[in-house]
Design a protein around this ligand. Sequence first.
Ligand code: ARG
Ligand code: ZN
Length: 353
Amino acid sequence: MNVDIHVPAAGLDMVFTILQQSGMEAKVMFEDLQEAVEAQMDNMRVTKAHDYTKYNSWATINDWAVSISSANANLISRQVIGNTYEGRPMHLLKIGKKTGSAKPAVFMDCGFHAREWITHAFCQWFVNEAVSTYGSDPEMTNLLDRMDFFVLPVFNIDGYEYTWTKDRMWRKTRSRNSGSSCIGADPNRNFDAGWCTTGASSNPCSDTYCGSSPESEIESKNLANFIRTNKSIIKAYLTVHSYSQLLLFPYSYKYGLAADHSELLSVSQGAIAALRSLYGTRYTSGPGATTIYPAAGGSDDWAYDLGVKYSYTFELRDEGRYGFLLPESQIKPTCEETMLAVKYIASYVLNNL
Ligand code: ARG
Ligand code: ZN
């Protein structure tokens, strides 16, 4: 398969030599990634009002979460499921018609990995689209009448803030590790699903560090606690990452197929067909282990083994041309097409309770 790698300038000669010796074909996608980062960051420095077609800072998203909830009190209720390591509130929005009785629910999170900025944009887009098409779009109206969406717009808030201020390519949380000066763990290696057995590192300096134990990261613990507490109503778990244009489902911690493999596969194929119908964007779907790589400790596998059958990981645009630095001009089309896939999955879930 194709693999994208970031190489520090000092390692360039060595990496080229190794690639050449191994006979692997390589193409330079960014001569100077730092230059591309700075070009995008220049645009970000000024404090701006919230905008669905731009990348919003944590401060802006925080205010947005509060204000969109109070402006749409008929459809949205907001709670804080806990604070991050650095003390920021993890807002969770529940979107759906308030019926007074428990409804089946879809849980969706964005921003597990700090640098995957298009995902944070998507969760905000989803909330706005839900409330502004309720009553006019029959599919959305039916969904919100009969189910609830729990949306966690930014999971790894501390990491996201760090990508705005210090290192645009940061992935992990920002917790301290005892006995190491390296910071953070990979939250998507930190769940209790074959924890740290494959595709994860026990070295705190690695970008895929699994943490000192399952749910060692407070953000993972807060999310897992919420899902455990509400598992009787949560019928689907969607976790949004970027990039690669994939729709993944369990398992990633092992090659064995999920008990619901054929249903998960057919729903994923329907979802990516719906996504593609808008702008022709091609996604691939399949089990994580064979479709991207084996990697244990992911929230998708954990939720599935807990009993949430429809558990999916999105990897949004693009396929590497811009990668994590997806231009703001692609926020709108990416969010519009992804909406179709999410609505497809939610409608399927609702019709197959
Ligand atoms: N790119 C994602 C990651 O590395 C893929 C996650 C797929 N799921 C999983 N459980 N590994 O976290
Ligand atoms: Zn990710």
